[in-house]
Ligand binder design. Structure first.
Ligand SMILES: Nc1ncnc2c1ncn2[C@@H]1O[C@H](COP(=O)(O)OP(=O)(O)OP(=O)(O)O)[C@@H](O)[C@H]1O
Ligand SMILES: C[C@@](O)(CCOP(=O)(O)O)CC(=O)O
Length: 445
């Protein structure tokens, strides 16, 4: 009997490294967030047929569910019995059966319940349901009709499904084991890319597994070269690639003590794929000037990362000076005289001014003028260290670093400049994939 187990994985914000992260030579700074995706996996009574069923339930989205029948003749066949589509769930299952090769006659049927924290989607007219441990928002629309905030719900989904299925197919899984985490990471990257129909940088999947990290991507060929159109050798190649040691950086980081992240939801609407296509086209047609701009941004990114690390070191090595620094930031004294803060500000200015050049030259709204204005107004607020348009940029969101004691909601309420911003109830978290107690999710359907 398969014991019921639960897993969760965090959402993300890319603070530094947008676009450059697509190239393995550049480092990026990825913050994992307190908004998490959750999955509870259990076995159900088996039909005893030549197939097994995997039922995936997402009760928060108008009782969405997907019922996959998994059979095997010359290869694994997966079909959703009601013709319902969820490319991320389906690809995660497909990659997992090919990797784990479960015996379809002996395998029990599975049910996986999904829960996603409020931060991933706009509230709309959703209702909160809670038990003693957790609360989730329930929407009266299907998943694809509820507007997203861009925290990487699909990456979180693929990671928790992959962990749940790895456990179900192998009867063992340790979310604290580096080996198991690395296996989940590699499998989830493959499934996520296949579902998206493209090989992205994968920083969202890496953050969902490893938490807040400095990230440098894996070689895209690892996934591009998989023989997806040759069933006879696909499973074998997949196993070979998943079990290889992938070369990529995922060094754990944490924001310095006393400093927190704030995300503001501005507007939903930017389409990452269009932005990426425009920036790519601009890069190619402006080479080598575009390379020079990327190098400038990279210098800014590295100075930013180094500035944050200096703050962390200072907080440990000279706590009293660090306290004074935090007080100065909070009371809005002249922070230009604090070298660590000045370094972070200068680094972000360098990144942003170059992103503004890309915006005006490429036609992609990476940091459009409205966001420039908003970020500049934010930097004038008390306690704000710096701010960026996270990830691919666009009109969707802004992300600020500020001192813990700063009340940004109070400072910005009743001020027209900030009327377009909804501050999200989120914070940075270190943890990536982790095990949860199934009890936390009882009665929440
Ligand atoms: N709670 C959920 N239950 C079921 N499927 C989900 C859930 N959350 C996300 N998904 C799947 O992921 C898809 C959304 O993924 P998409 O990559 O478009 O957005 P995102 O990952 O939230 O944001 P971004 O890529 O901008 O960071 C949904 O259409 C659905 O297929
Ligand atoms: C533009 C890009 O670098 C970042 C996209 O970030 P986000 O999904 O907007 O958070 C693309 C990628 O890394 O896959």
């Amino acid at each position: 009997m398969l014991k019921e187990r639960a897993f969760s994985a965090p959402g993300k914000a890319l603070l530094a490294g947008g676009y450059l992260v697509l190239d393995p030579q550049y480092r990026s700074y990825v913050v994992a967030l307190s908004a998490r995706m959750h999955a509870v996996v259990a076995e159900t009574k088996s039909s005893g047929e030549n197939w097994f069923m995997v039922r995936i339930v997402s009760a928060q989205f108008n009782c969405d569910e997907w019922n996959y029948r998994v059979s095997h003749s010359s290869k694994y066949e997966i079909s959703e019995i009601n013709g319902r589509v969820n490319p991320f769930a389906e690809r995660a299952l497909e990659v997992m059966v090919n990797y784990c090769q479960p015996d379809v006659q002996k395998m029990v049927d599975l049910v996986i319940e999904l829960f996603s924290d409020a931060g991933y989607h706009s509230e709309g007219d959703s209702l909160i349901k809670r038990n003693h441990f957790r609360q989730f928002r329930f929407h009266n629309r299907t998943i694809t009709e509820v507007p997203k905030t861009g925290l990487g719900s699909s990456a979180g989904l693929v990671v928790v499904l992959t962990a749940s299925l790895l456990y179900a197919f192998r009867s063992e899984f340790d979310a604290t084991s580096d080996l198991d985490k690395s296996t989940v990471h590699n499998l989830a990257q493959v499934a996520h890319c296949q579902a998206q129909g493209k090989v992205g940088s994968g920083f969202d999947v890496a953050a969902a597994v490893f938490g807040s990290i400095i990230y440098q991507r894996f070689d895209p060929k690892l996934i591009e070269n998989l023989p997806t159109d040759q069933p006879s050798i696909y499973a074998q190649s997949l196993r070979h690639i998943i079990d290889m040691q992938w070369e990529f950086t995922h060094d754990n980081i944490t924001l310095p003590r006393g400093i927190r992240l704030m995300m503001g939801d501005v507007n939903s609407g930017s389409e990452t794929t269009k932005l990426v296509a425009k920036v790519r086209a601009w890069y190619e047609s402006n080479y080598p000037k575009s390379l020079g701009i990327y190098q400038e941004i990279n210098e800014g990114n590295l100075r930013f990362i180094d500035g944050i690390e200096k703050l962390s070191t200072l907080s440990q090595q000279d706590p009293s000076r660090y306290e004074r620094l935090l007080e100065a930031v909070e009371s809005d004294s002249n922070t230009k005289e604090i070298p660590e803060i000045a370094q972070i500000e200068a680094a972000v200015n360098k990144i942003r001014s170059n992103l503004q050049v890309i915006t005006s030259e490429s036609g992609a709204d990476v940091e459009p003028p409205a966001q420039t204005k908003l970020l500049n107004s934010c930097s004038n607020l008390k306690g704000v260290i710096t701010g960026v348009v996270p990830g691919a940029g666009g009109h969707d969101a802004i992300c600020l670093l500020l001192s813990d004691g700063t009340d940004i909601v109070k400072q910005t309420s009743n001020n027209d400049t900030f009327s377009c911003v909804a501050w999200l109830d989120l914070h940075q978290e270190n943890f990536g994939l982790k095990e949860e107690a199934p009890l936390y999710y009882k009665g929440l359907r």
